[in-house]
Design a protein around this ligand. Structure first.
Ligand SMILES: NC(=O)c1ccc[n+]([C@@H]2O[C@H](COP(=O)([O-])OP(=O)(O)OC[C@H]3O[C@@H](n4cnc5c(N)ncnc54)[C@H](OP(=O)(O)O)[C@@H]3O)[C@@H](O)[C@H]2O)c1
Length: 240
């Protein structure tokens, strides 16, 4: 783990895994800046919070101003939404991509060049084991995570010669408001999830999938979802 004096930026940390990680890393002595749409419940001498929406038009400009105040050694992108699906209005699907994927890319656009310039740094994204699924119920969530995982793993390979690490953390269920499914097998507590975040900060793997106990089930669901796609070969019938 880098020395505690290092500066960590946590994006999406008013709640859930981001908030719990913020509290844990502050306890460890890290200096943290947080970003989310809502104010933070955290009050600590080592903590600064910025109320910002990663999908806002001026997000990149405002993030540049924040990053300009001091080098970010580590960035953890936790912002994410699930959304709902309405075939008559796909705006919420667009928004899921804006937050889960484009927000991470826009953050990397600002932060990665500052890391490359000094030849060190660590950019972590929180993806999901759902990144291998094709989901008819909520098509945007799994698809946004598939693109997130694919892009950041590619970026991680590209940045290795520059001394900058990228980690794609693919989680299963974690006990936050986001985990809304009625059945949530092998669900992590927030403490378990943050243990994994800490291990990612220590070891800097390009990809980490946890918990592994749910991985076979995810593989089966992925296989079923691919078969659903293959079996839907004929055209959709127009409604009578
Ligand atoms: N929980 C799970 O089961 C699970 C499983 C796999 C992966 N993950 C991933 O882990 C990450 C964190 O999830 P979580 O369970 O901790 O979710 P959460 O409890 O709902 O927290 C999400 C955080 O993202 C922030 N956020 C949402 N939209 C934002 C926006 N437009 N701009 C800035 N911040 C925004 C929220 O703050 P504001 O509302 O204040 O903006 C909140 O702090 C997500 O990417 C999620 O997909 C979660």
């Amino acid at each position: 783990m880098p020395p505690p004096s290092r500066h960590v930026l946590i994006i999406g940390n008013s709640d859930g895994i981001g908030l719990h990680s913020t509290r844990r890393l502050l306890d460890r002595g890290w200096k943290i800046t947080g970003i989310s749409r809502r104010a933070s419940p955290v009050a600590h001498a080592g903590y600064r919070h910025h109320v910002l929406d990663v999908s806002d038009r001026d997000y990149v400009e405002k993030l540049r101003a924040i990053v300009g105040q001091g080098l970010v050694d580590t960035c953890i992108y936790c912002a994410g939404i699930g959304g709902s699906f309405d075939p008559r209005d796909l705006r919420s699907d667009v928004h899921v991509f804006e937050v889960n994927l484009l927000g991470a890319l826009r953050s990397a656009e600002v932060i990665v060049p500052t890391m490359v310039a000094v030849g060190r740094g660590h950019f972590v994204v929180l993806s999901s084991q759902a990144d291998v699924l094709v989901q008819a119920e909520f098509p945007s969530y799994a698809a946004s995570k598939a693109a997130l995982s694919n892009y950041f793993e590619g970026l991680g390979l590209a940045l290795r010669p520059h001394g900058v690490a990228v980690s794609n953390l693919r989680l299963g269920f974690v006990d936050t408001k986001m985990a809304r499914a009625s059945v949530r097998p092998f669900m992590y507590t927030l403490d378990q999830a943050v243990d994994v975040v800490e291990s990612v900060l220590r070891k800097r793997p390009l990809r980490l999938t946890r918990p592994l106990s749910i991985a076979p089930l995810v593989r089966l669901l992925a296989w079923i979802s691919r078969w659903r796609v293959l079996l839907a070969r004929g055209p959709a019938c127009p409604r009578a």
